[in-house]
Write a protein that binds this ligand. Sequence first.
Ligand code: NI
Length: 135
Amino acid sequence: MKVCRRITFNAAHRLFHPEWTDEKNLEVFGKCAYPNYHGHNYVLETWLEGKVDPMTGYVMDLKDLKKILNQEISERFDHRNLNLDCPEFAHLNPSAENIAMVCWKLIREQIPSSLKLVVRLWETENNIVEYNGEE
Ligand code: NI
């Protein structure tokens, strides 16, 4: 059985590689490399897979998952500049892929190991990435 909790957070970022010239960064990342940052309304889906507890009827109490997501994701990233404000991205380009990996690791530490975890991050309506901890 799979269950999902969805959250949204707003954050600014800039994609660039610090060892590349401005020209090279523009060539690779396009508008995403503009130096003064831009924002996204990120949507993070957290999917858990496991057995339904016969006592509660739940895979996991989604109220508990909500608390974990507030604490680990919203409080950390909502209304932040990911590059400047968040140590997680001090040396990591905040692409959707990397944001999804960071979120996965933060959530993984807080949920029972018996549950499989997949996160799906929507950067825009059309650009979506998914991470299961492997690749
Ligand atoms: Ni962007």
